[in-house]
Design a protein around this ligand. Structure first.
Ligand SMILES: Nc1ncnc2c1ncn2[C@@H]1O[C@H](COP(=O)(O)OP(=O)(O)O)[C@@H](O)[C@H]1O
Ligand SMILES: [Mg+2]
Length: 220
């Protein structure tokens, strides 16, 4: 088991403004799984992903990464888990415009004073088709290329788990498929567990398993 949640609840706000975003979610994700989270807008997909990645605390219930219960950790310890075990990919690539592709990719490692494994990075760049673009700036890249840079950045610290929130949301469907097939390659090659939020049925069909979220509840 790589990630597990037990009776996870998340409420935003209180009183009559309270929103129950997650409602008793218990899921298990295994090593090397390539999983889609699907559901309508507002169903709780991002909230679930954020809990899985320790970006936010649940209202109640537990999240386990490996055998560690991360919902009980303080901010510092949680940040450490995130930096060492988890890679995030968002719909907006969040690349730094004044840094080139290579600098963007290694920035999190540098901020965290981690050693850059050059051979591994070259391999990632090669697999993602970015070797020729190392010195390019984000503004000169297409959306698909920028998203691949964001993928490389998420993989740079060799995370065991990669969490992606609608990574193809801003891409046309062909480019979207290309990005997903790249993620699939990486999943096969490096064996990370990947959890991808999407509302594209065809993209979800590429994955091993689909977790469906309806009104904050999981229906598998
Ligand atoms: N920070 C927040 N504050 C208040 N309500 C929120 C917040 N984030 C999400 N919500 C609410 O929680 C529900 C689930 O949101 P979200 O997880 O973003 O759904 P999805 O990613 O499936 O579109 C929605 O009703 C949304 O409005
Ligand atoms: Mg969302």
């Amino acid at each position: 088991m790589v990630i597990q949640t037990r009776h996870l609840f998340k409420c935003y706000g209180d009183g009559k403004n309270a929103v129950k975003a997650l409602d008793d979610v218990s899921i298990e994700v295994n090593k090397k799984d390539f999983i889609a989270i699907m559901g309508k807008s507002g169903s709780g997909k991002s909230t679930l992903l954020n809990m899985l990645g320790g970006l936010d605390y649940p209202t109640s219930g537990d999240v386990f990464v490996g055998d560690e219960c991360i919902s009980a950790l303080d901010d510092d310890k949680l940040a450490k888990i995130r930096r060492s075990k988890i890679g995030f990919i968002f719909q907006n690539y969040n690349l730094i415009p004044v840094l080139n592709v290579y600098e963007n990719i290694i920035l999190p490692l540098q901020l965290d004073k981690q050693i850059v494994d050059k051979e591994y990075l070259e391999d990632i760049l090669e697999t993602l088709g970015l070797s020729e673009k190392k010195n390019s700036f984000p503004s000169s890249l297409s959306g698909g290329q920028q998203q691949r840079v964001a993928i490389a950045r998420a993989l740079a610290n060799k995370p065991k788990i990669v969490l992606a929130d609608e990574p193809t949301g801003n891409l046309d469907s062909e480019t979207g498929f290309h990005v997903i097939s790249m993620l699939k390659n990486m999943n096969k090659k490096y064996g990370q567990t990947m959890i991808v939020v999407t509302h594209d049925r065809e993209i979800a069909d590429e994955m091993d398993r689909i977790i469906r979220v309806v009104d904050g509840r999981v229906i598998e």
